[in-house]
Design a protein around this ligand. Structure first.
Ligand code: HEM
Length: 424
C-alpha cells in the first residue's frame, strides 16, 4: 500500500517475544503469557529494535522497555488507579513519543488524557453511545448485516474479512458520522495505515505513510466540519464540530484527533472481533454445532468471543510515582503495559480459560478496558457483532475456508487480514 509495501519492517523474533509485532503475525503467544501469569505477573520486557523508514532513510528504533502486567487482578489494579498509572504522561500506546511535539500532538487524543481534561472532553460524546442511543440504531445495523450477507451469497468465494467483517463497522461508522457510504473505503485505508503501521502490507513502518495518512484524514475531516458548522445535521460530526467545552469550541486539531479516534476505534476493533469469531466458528466443528444448536443468548456468546479474541491486546500507562504492583517495585516514569489478552485467560478468574464456552457467565473479560477510559463503543460493537453473526448463522453450515488465513503484524490489535472462504 505505502511506498515501501512488501518491505520487511522487523527482524526475526522468538515466539516468546511479547513486545515484537512479528510474533503476533504467527499467533498470540498464549503459552508465554501463561508462564508470565504464573512466574512473573508483573515482569520487565526489553523492547526489540524495529526498523522505521522515512525520507531521511532507514533507522532502527527501540522503545524504553516496559513492565508487562499479565494477570487479571494486576490489570484491574492498574486500571483503577489512573492517578498513579497515567494515560497522559507518555500516552496510552506502547510506542513512545519521540519528541515533546509528538507528546503534545498525542495528548489531544481522548485516550491519551487524564482527568480533569479527560472527563470534560469525553462528556461531549457520551450521549451518542448510551445503551438507549445505540438501541435506536438496531434496525439499521441489522439491515446492513443482512444486506452484506445477501451480497456474499451471490458469490462462490469471497474474503470474510474485507467483504463481511470490515464492511459492517465501516457502514455503521459512515452513518454515525454522517458521511457518504462510498467514502467508507477511505476510513478503511487510513485506519489500516495507522493501526497496521508495523505490517509490511499497510504502514510498512514508514513514517511518511503515517504522516501522510494523518494529513489526508485531517484535511477531509476539516472540510466536513466547515460544512456542518454552516448547516448542522443530526450526526456525530455536527456534534463534535459545534460542541463547546468550558465555553469554547474544540480547536481544529482537537476536533480532528477526536474524529480520527472514532474512525480508527470504530472500525478496526469490531472488524477483528467479527473475523476472530468467524475464524473460531469455521475452525472448530464442535463450537459451530453449539452455535447452531441453540437456544443460545447471542449476547453471552459475543462476550465469550470478546474474551477469547481480545481485539485490542494491550494499552499502556506510565507510573506517576514510585509504587508497588503485585509485589513488584515500579519507579516513577516506568512504562506499564496491561495485557488484556493475557488477563482474559487467567485461570484464577476463568475456568478452563482456553476453552471457548459460549454460555460462560459471569464473564468479567477486560476486552473493553476498565476504569475512566472504558470503551465508549462497547454497546455498539456488541450489537454489530451479534447482528452479523445472526445474519450469517443460517448459512454457516455451508461456509468453509478456501485458503490460508493471514494475520496482521501488530502487537496492539489481534487481527486477521485475509480469510478466503466459499460456499460448499
Ligand atoms: C470489539 C470492539 C472494540 C474493542 C475491543 C474496544 C476496546 C477499547 C479499549 C480496550 C479501550 C480502552 C482504552 C484505554 O483504556 O486507554 C477503548 C476505548 C475507546 N473506544 Fe473502544 N473498542 C471497541 C469498539 C469501539 C467502537 C465501535 C467505538 C466507537 C464507535 C469505540 C470508541 C472508543 C473510544 C472513543 C475510546 C476512548 C475512551 C476514553 O479514552 O475515554 N470503540 N476501546
Amino acid at each position: 500500500m505505502g511506498a515501501v509495501s512488501g518491505m520487511p519492517t522487523t527482524e526475526p523474533t522468538s515466539t516468546e517475544d511479547i513486545a515484537h509485532p512479528a510474533t503476533y503475525a504467527r499467533a498470540v503467544p498464549h503459552a508465554e503469557f501463561e508462564r508470565r501469569r504464573r512466574e512473573e505477573p508483573v515482569g520487565w520486557v526489553p523492547e526489540p529494535a524495529l526498523w522505521r523508514h522515512s525520507s531521511a532513510g532507514r533507522i532502527q528504533q527501540r522503545g524504553s522497555g516496559f513492565w508487562a502486567v499479565t494477570t487479571h487482578e494486576a490489570v484491574m489494579e492498574v486500571s483503577r488507579q489512573p492517578e498513579v498509572f497515567s494515560s497522559a504522561r507518555r500516552g496510552a500506546f506502547l510506542h513512545d513519543p519521540r519528541t515533546p511535539a509528538d507528546l503534545d500532538f498525542m495528548r489531544q487524543l481522548l485516550v491519551n488524557m487524564d482527568a480533569p481534561q479527560h472527563v470534560r472532553i469525553r462528556r461531549i460524546v457520551t450521549s451518542v453511545f448510551t445503551p438507549r442511543a445505540v438501541r435506536s440504531l438496531a434496525d439499521t445495523v441489522t439491515r446492513h448485516a443482512r444486506e452484506l450477507v445477501d451480497g456474499v451469497l451471490q458469490r462462490d468465494t469471497f474474503d470474510a474479512v474485507t467483504d463481511l467483517a470490515a464492511e459492517l463497522p465501516l457502514l455503521v461508522l459512515a452513518d454515525l458520522l454522517g458521511l457518504p457510504r462510498g467514502d467508507r473505503h477511505l476510513l478503511y485505508r487510513w485506519s489500516n495505515n495507522l493501526v497496521g503501521f508495523d505490517d509490511p502490507e499497510y504502514g510498512g513502518g514508514d513514517v511518511e505513510v503515517y504522516r501522510q495518512t494523518f494529513a489526508e484524514a485531517f484535511q477531509y475531516a476539516l472540510a466536513v466540519a466547515v460544512r456542518r458548522r454552516a448547516a448542522p445535521r443530526d450526526d456525530l460530526i455536527s456534534l463534535l464540530a459545534t460542541a463547546e467545552v468550558d465555553g469554547r469550541r474544540l480547536t481544529d486539531r482537537e476536533f480532528c484527533q477526536f474524529w480520527m479516534l472514532l474512525v480508527v476505534a470504530g472500525n478496526e476493533t469490531t472488524r477483528h472481533l467479527i473475523s476472530g469469531a468467524l475464524h473460531l466458528l469455521l475452525h472448530d466443528e464442535q463450537l459451530r454445532r453449539r452455535w447452531l444448536g441453540g437456544p443460545l443468548p447471542t449476547a453471552t456468546a459475543v462476550d465469550e468471543f470478546l474474551r477469547v479474541v481480545t481485539p485490542i491486546m494491550q494499552f499502556r500507562r506510565t507510573a506517576t510515582r514510585d509504587t508497588t504492583l503485585a509485589g513488584t517495585k515500579i519507579a516513577e516514569g516506568d512504562k506499564v503495559v496491561m495485557f488484556y489478552v493475557s488477563a482474559n485467560r487467567d485461570a484464577g478468574i476463568f475456568a478452563d480459560p482456553h476453552r471457548v464456552d459460549l454460555e460462560r457467565t459471569p464473564n468479567p473479560h477486560l476486552s473493553f478496558g476498565m476504569g475512566p477510559h472504558f470503551c465508549l463503543g462497547a454497546h455498539l460493537a456488541r450489537m454489530e457483532t451479534a447482528a452479523l453473526l445472526d445474519a450469517v448463522a443460517p448459512h454457516l453450515p455451508r461456509l468453509a475456508t478456501t485458503g490460508p488465513v493471514v494475520r496482521l503484524e501488530s502487537n496492539f490489535v489481534n487481527g486477521i487480514k485475509v480469510m478466503p472462504v466459499g460456499w460448499t
